[in-house]
Design a protein around this ligand. Structure first.
Ligand SMILES: NC(=O)c1ccc[n+]([C@@H]2O[C@H](COP(=O)([O-])OP(=O)(O)OC[C@H]3O[C@@H](n4cnc5c(N)ncnc54)[C@H](O)[C@@H]3O)[C@@H](O)[C@H]2O)c1
Ligand SMILES: O=c1ccn([C@@H]2O[C@H](COP(=O)(O)OP(=O)(O)O[C@H]3O[C@H](CO)[C@@H](O)[C@H](O)[C@H]3O)[C@@H](O)[C@H]2O)c(=O)[nH]1
Length: 459
């Protein structure tokens, strides 16, 4: 089956980059990305591609190349569904904030709305592709909604989870380790495999049953996050024993069975996926009565929360047990470098804790807009919006942010932080000048030589 028109519901961090790459690699396929969020669609359509709603290295170039040719952004959801042979669902699946499973289960209301929308509008046969990360067996619910419309329209449901990481999304999409397609209908699976086949070798396109595909996505994220919690757990032990976590990571990473990637000790993982997907895995395991399985994976989150907390505790105790009225400059607010995404960023939780101790926070991030910092803090509802406004200041210039600061906390591993004039920064700060390097990106000897009181993770 040759597909000529596809649409993607959800113009977010996954829908946007994924569909842009599909459009680039398949010039004969018309790709329409739709969303209910008019502002987001307007930003995707902005003539100035530096104003796209998502910052990802390489994305603006691909959008500039394909937009208006075979890539379109629109809020006309029904029209796009009606015209497409294949529909990707790439909407958000956040942790539920209400009712049964609150704080644990994935909220599937947006996915269900999409399924109902497709069921209402479709007049011709469609392949529906789950691109969002979903609990295992969600395809059953989608199938039930789509197959109970009373029409003669045939729907094939595929699971095609996305493994891109933010900050490297375009590279990950262009050179994926694998593409995973789960489904029942061989014809539908091959139609999707053909689209990826334009640039991904066929032996890297895995075909599985739907349930394995759905569960593989949650499992991959759980394994990745588990590595970070494992090395972070060791980092605390290193701090007590004069072992150095970077040396330990290097030593174990050279064992080919362990591998060297994803062993960077840090302030704790952030991002919209790891915590949400593990909580979801824990919830699913518990719902099957598998309490040992659930407890095992929950520990990854418990350790991560501990790591964030102990970073701010250590900062406070080092600053003579009080940060009240002191200026703490935070370098970085994004959850990792090369993205403007701040969802679940460790910086938010560290700042919140320091604010509760009455610190004044100065934030500089190269890509995160000022208003996002306040939105993130206000969302926690720890204090009033006015109080956050009074205690937190954001800066466009890092040297302004650090002026008269008692301490610097490095929250994101942006490359530019390494290139700063640290002598100049030292001179701008109050003395003793403290650096808390939550990403281990600076050289301890150089910083100590300049005069800083420098501490990092796991050393
Ligand atoms: N962010 C990542 O790096 C990443 C990577 C792999 C998988 N995922 C998964 O992909 C999914 C999407 O994540 P994201 O980061 O792109 O989310 P996002 O919040 O950036 O984007 C989702 C978009 O869907 C839109 N939307 C919601 N309901 C809609 C509806 N009924 N009709 C039309 N549009 C609707 C929202 O307005 C939003 O713009 C999630 O399940 C996530 O777990 C994310
Ligand atoms: O050694 C490491 C590696 C990462 N991190 C942190 O872990 C978080 C997540 O990083 P990363 O996984 O690189 O980014 P994400 O965009 O969250 O990507 C993850 O989540 C996506 C959404 O499901 C998946 O598609 C990806 O495969 C998976 O890597 C960030 O805060 C990183 O700073 C560390 O602390 N140490």
């Amino acid at each position: 089956m040759k597909i000529s028109k596809i649409c993607c519901i959800g113009a977010g961090y996954v829908g946007g980059p994924t569909m842009a790459v599909i459009a680039k690699m398949n010039p004969n396929i018309q790709v329409t990305i739709v969303d209910i969020n008019q502002e987001r669609i307007d930003a995707w359509n902005d003539k100035d591609v530096s104003k796209l709603p998502i910052y990802e290295p390489g994305l603006a170039e691909i959008v500039a190349e394909t937009r208006g040719k075979n890539l379109y952004f629109s809020t006309e959801i029904d029209k796009a569904i009606d015209e497409s042979e294949m529909i990707f669902i790439s909407v958000n699946t956040p942790t539920k904030t209400y009712g049964k499973g609150k704080g644990m289960a994935a909220d599937l209301k947006y996915v269900e709305l999409c399924a109902r929308n497709i069921a209402d509008v479709a007049k011709t046969d469609k392949i529906v592709v789950e691109k969002s990360t979903l609990p295992v067996r969600t395809a059953q619910a989608i199938k039930s909604i789509l197959h109970n419309t009373g029409s003669n329209v045939k729907f094939d449901i595929l699971s095609n989870p996305e493994f891109l990481a933010e900050g490297t999304a375009i590279q990950d999409l262009l050179n994926p380790d694998r593409v995973l397609i789960g489904g029942e209908s061989e014809e539908a699976i091959e139609a999707l495999a053909n689209i990826y086949g334009s640039w991904v070798p066929q032996d890297q396109i895995l075909r599985t049953n739907v349930w394995s595909s759905e569960l593989s996505k949650l499992t991959a994220n759980a394994f990745l996050a588990q590595r970070i919690s494992s090395i972070n757990a060791i980092s605390e032990l290193c701090e007590r024993t004069e072992a150095d976590v970077s040396e330990v990571a290097r030593a174990i990473g050279m064992d080919s069975r362990i591998g060297s990637k994803f062993l960077n000790a840090s302030i704790g993982f952030g991002g919209s996926c790891f915590q949400k997907d593990i909580l979801n895995l824990v919830y699913i395991a518990r719902s099957y009565g598998l309490n040992e399985v659930a407890d095992y994976w929950e520990q990854v989150i418990i350790l991560n929360d501990h790591q964030k907390r102990r970073f701010s505790d250590n900062l406070i105790s080092t600053l003579y047990n009080t940060v009240s009225g002191k200026k703490i400059a935070m370098l970085g607010w994004a959850f990792k470098k090369d993205t403007n995404d701040t969802r679940e960023s460790a910086a938010i939780y560290v700042a919140d804790h320091l604010l509760s101790e009455q610190a004044n926070i100065a934030v500089y991030d190269p890509k995160v807009p000022s208003k996002k910092v306040y939105v993130d803090l206000n969302y926690l509802q720890t204090r009033s919006e006015d109080e956050n406004k009074a205690l937190v200041e954001t800066f466009d210039d890092p040297y302004e942010a650090v002026k008269d600061a008692h301490a610097i906390a490095i929250m994101t591993e942006w490359d530019e932080f390494k290139t700063y004039d640290w002598k100049k920064i030292f001179n701008l700060m109050k003395k003793p000048a403290f650096i808390f390097d939550g990403r281990n990106i600076l050289n301890k000897d150089e910083m100590t030589e300049i005069g800083f009181e420098y501490s990092s993770i796991g050393k």
